[in-house]
Design a protein around this ligand. Structure first.
Ligand code: ATP
Ligand code: MG
Length: 586
């Protein structure tokens, strides 16, 4: 493609709401233009990248036997009413009426439509399993569309849905898709981790997310430097045995042993009240008592509509993980305010402790169970208690994991070092089970001749989001750096001076030669200064840039800036084709 003819509007003008590199660079490098909030035109060079990603997705989905279909964007409300999601989905579902006044919506996802197809067409276990996918535009009226294509209202998703007679069969396809997704991301040249996740409004039990590692990611994750352990910060489990004993164990017996040992070590000392005037924070308290935050216990009071008040005990160096608390209590809790406890004189929020909390149930983090003689609030203004001990001084209703994993905890699986990082979710796979088939009465006859609901899986992958995630992970300062696998062109050729006849002739010949040999080349033949050409080339991000300049007149050599391998090369023009093929074949 000749740059002089290509519709590639690079610009310096970036709207003020463009904050993250992928958003800024997508506009600057002429990939996208905004139409309205979270809705974008995708211009030729952007669409080229999208088509490459789609090709990789198709290859991998086809390889595991999934079949491509295309369902409509517009969907009738009746199907959504059958599953109850017409109500549940809220404002994110874009609703509209047709000319007959019928309720419709723009599909944010397609579980209802696909289940409708299958319940009509498939009746026997002999027709199973089936795995169907599409690559299509989705609409979600996101409350905060932002970061360009990372969180749009209209975006391209690959969604797949599988139907099974047995759970074992679903497991198999689920693993196939997991592998396919890993292959897709690897083929796109990106670094990623797989984490367990919560299913939200889509439903189901087992589910995993695919995170592209990038500093600007919205998700906080941990991953291990040694094994495949990776988890979202909100959900990451802490392996108490590893944490306490710093050994690599998982079995219950050993955990018990460690606990018993720790219990035997220290005597229980006599509980003592100590005046701690004016002390508010854990840091101040530990300094005042000449202890570390690890020797203190924080008592956090929460309130939930369903469950009322509950107190949670956690070690002083940790924070309460409200997400874990909510999952545990099956409620939505909030931290308690002074106002809420003004009729409970035994509660002093700044000096909370587990001793004498009257009718308020106490839950404690696993760590508390094996702590001895710790410090806690005295439920009395300006006082704390020393030598507090569970069982003897207060009763714990249940122990569980209520805190966030921290880097110091080490890997929950193998005990190695952890890395705390940010991730961008590009894929989400779910074992849905029978949630949709039951509510939509989608049944088949099993081997024994009994009617059963289909067992389902669903698998989403954000195509437009992946494009942005690739920019986020690989950009360098103000330059996109495309992984060669999804780069819009393989080679960016700059003609330094089009007014030099000889130079132009060589460049034209090279361009034709590369085209003839099926190399996707972007040829900057514009009659503008070389400086602008170099800047544009860096901005656009094709990772192999060749310069046709004076060098070629002298030595027949073309200068190459190779960002794939981070090097510069001088290549004889007759070796160029080989060079491009070899270097881009990774
Ligand atoms: P998020 O938590 O980021 O809103 P989600 O859990 O709602 O994502 P899914 O319903 O699992 O997303 O959709 C599957 C995939 O579609 C996501 O992994 C993501 O790659 C993509 N996706 C979802 N919402 C958007 C959006 N607003 N813009 C771009 N891509 C999106
Ligand atoms: Mg969402």
């Amino acid at each position: 493609m000749r740059l002089s003819k290509y519709f590639l509007p690079t610009t310096r003008k970036v709207p003020s709401d463009a904050k993250v590199p992928s958003h800024i660079l997508s506009i600057r490098a002429g990939l996208i233009r905004q139409v309205s909030r979270g809705v974008y035109n995708i211009l030729p060079i952007g669409y080229k990248v999208i088509k490459k990603i789609e090709t990789i997705i198709r290859e991998e989905m086809d390889k595991i036997g999934a079949q491509e279909i295309l369902m409509p964007v517009i969907q009738p409300a009746e199907l959504w009413q059958e599953t109850g999601r017409w109500g549940e989905y809220g404002f994110e579902l874009m609703r509209l009426k047709d000319r007959l006044g019928r309720d419709m919506c723009l599909g944010p996802t397609h579980e209802e439509l696909i289940t409708e197809i299958i319940r009509k067409e498939v009746h026997s276990y002999k027709q199973l399993p089936i795995n169907l996918y599409q690559i299509q535009v989705k609409f979600r009226d996101e409350i905060r569309p932002r970061f360009g294509l990372l969180r749009g209202r209209e975006f391209i998703m690959k969604d797949a849905y599988s139907f099974h007679a047995t759970w074992e069969d679903l497991d198999k396809t689920y693993e196939d898709v997991k592998k396919a997704y890993s292959n897709i991301i690897e083929k796109c040249g990106l670094d990623y981790r797989i984490v367990e996740a919560e299913s939200g409004i889509i439903g189901g039990k087992v589910n995993h997310e695919f995170m592209i590692l990038a500093e600007t990611g919205e998700e906080e994750i941990f991953y291990c430097t040694n094994c495949d352990f990776a988890a979202k910060k909100d959900l990451a489990q802490i392996n108490r045995a590893i944490k306490e004993a710093k050994v690599n164990v998982k079995d219950e017996e050993l955990i018990e042993e460690i606990k018993t040992e720790l219990e035997n070590k220290n005597e229980l000392n006599e509980i003592k009240e100590v005046a701690t005037p004016g002390i508010k924070t854990i840091q101040e308290l530990s300094e005042f008592l000449n202890l570390t935050p690890r020797d203190l216990v924080k008592t956090v009071l929460v309130y939930g509509e369903k469950i009322g008040f509950s107190a949670f005990l956690i070690r002083g160096n940790r924070e309460l993980n409200i997400n874990k608390v909510n999952n545990f209590l099956k409620d939505e809790v909030q931290l308690v305010s002074e106002e809420q406890v003004k009729d409970k004189p035994y509660i002093k929020l700044g000096f909370l402790g587990p001793v004498v909390l009257k009718d308020i149930p106490i839950y404690a983090d696993y760590e508390i169970e094996i702590m001895k003689n710790f410090v806690a609030g005295a439920n009395k203004e300006g006082y704390h208690l020393l030598n507090v001990n569970p069982k003897r001084d207060f009763k714990v209703k249940q122990y569980n994991d209520f805190t966030f994993l921290q880097v110091e905890d080490k890997c929950s699986k193998c005990g190695s070092e952890l890395i705390e990082s940010k991730g961008i979710e590009v894929g989400h796979i779910f074992q849905l089970g029978t949630k949709y088939s039951e509510s939509m009465k989608a049944y088949f006859l099993n081997k024994e001749g009994n009617q059963k609901p289909f067992i389902m899986g669903c698998y989403g992958f954000g195509v437009t989001r992946l494009l942005s995630a690739a920019i986020e992970q690989k950009h360098y300062e103000n330059q996109i750096t495309w992984p060669i696998q999804i780069s819009p062109f393989k080679f960016h050729m700059i003609l330094i001076n089009p007014h030099k006849e000889k130079l132009k002739q060589i460049a034209e010949e090279l361009y034709q030669y590369l085209l003839k040999n099926n190399i996707e080349v972007l040829y900057d033949d514009r009659e503008i200064s070389a400086g602008i050409k170099f800047n544009d080339a860096d901005l656009i991000g094709i990772p192999m840039i060749g310069v046709v300049g004076n060098e070629i007149l002298k030595t027949d050599k073309i200068e190459i800036k190779n960002k794939i391998k981070n090097k510069k090369d001088l290549i004889l023009k007759e070796d160029l084709l080989d060079y491009i093929t070899t270097e881009s074949n990774i």
